[in-house]
Design a protein around this ligand. Structure first.
Ligand code: 5GP
Length: 197
């Protein structure tokens, strides 16, 4: 049995540090990871690049793609803010023989796990506390106070989903979290699984 390309899912409340962990892992060459660029209905923030950070579709186009059944999973993560994984994106990266790494919300993460149970490891990144999360989001200065409040309010519900994930990584010490993430991902991608296709 061959080693099949895998899906590595990182989910967490906004501000928990999952993006930092994902970026760290992408820098480790022998893990052979490629980032799944999600589609988003929102506008690009300063510094974000279309086709690198997200495929910025806008709401009408995003809805059109939902109707066309183009997504493996999608979610209205915040009101009127849609995010989703395009089938073509995962196919593109698997065609390159890459393990695909995702930075997606908890619902999307668990959905991917359900679709590809053997090929997927679903990792939940846990912030030290909701309070700490709020501090991190404020210092990031990428969102308005209303949007920060929305994200913090959602965080408690998201935290409750942690037990459904394969692994929980506590992110109170970033270096330790990076090491743990590397160890977990390395172990998983070296594991043989049966093909689900
Ligand atoms: P942001 O607007 O801060 O870039 O992302 C907001 C949230 O959407 C984050 O929790 C992020 O993980 C999630 N997200 C990004 N891409 C996807 C996706 O393809 N599917 C789902 N379900 N969530 C996503």
């Amino acid at each position: 049995m061959d080693i099949q390309p895998k899906l590595i899912v990182f989910s967490a409340p906004s501000g928990a540090g999952k993006t930092t962990l994902v970026r760290h892992l992408l820098g480790i060459e022998d893990l052979n990871l490629a980032f799944s660029i999600s589609a988003a209905s929102r506008e690009a923030r300063a510094g974000e690049v279309d086709g690198e950070d997200y495929y910025f579709l806008g709401i009408p186009e995003f809805k059109k793609r939902i109707k066309a059944n183009d997504f493996i999973e999608f979610e209205e993560v915040y009101q009127d803010q849609f995010y989703g994984t395009l089938k073509t994106e995962v196919e593109r990266l698997w065609a390159q023989g890459k393990n695909v790494i995702f930075d997606i919300d908890v619902v999307g993460g668990l959905r991917l796990k359900k679709k590809f149970p053997d090929r997927t490891i679903a990792i939940f990144v846990k912030p030290p506390s909701i309070n700490e999360l709020q501090i991190r989001l404020k210092s990031r200065k990428t969102e308005s106070p209303e949007k920060i409040a929305m994200r913090v309010a959602k965080a408690s519900t998201e935290m409750a989903t942690a037990p459904q994930f394969d692994i929980i990584i506590e992110n109170d010490d970033l270096d330790a979290a990076k090491l743990r993430a590397e160890q977990v991902v390395r172990g998983f991608i070296n594991k043989k699984v049966r093909s689900e296709f």
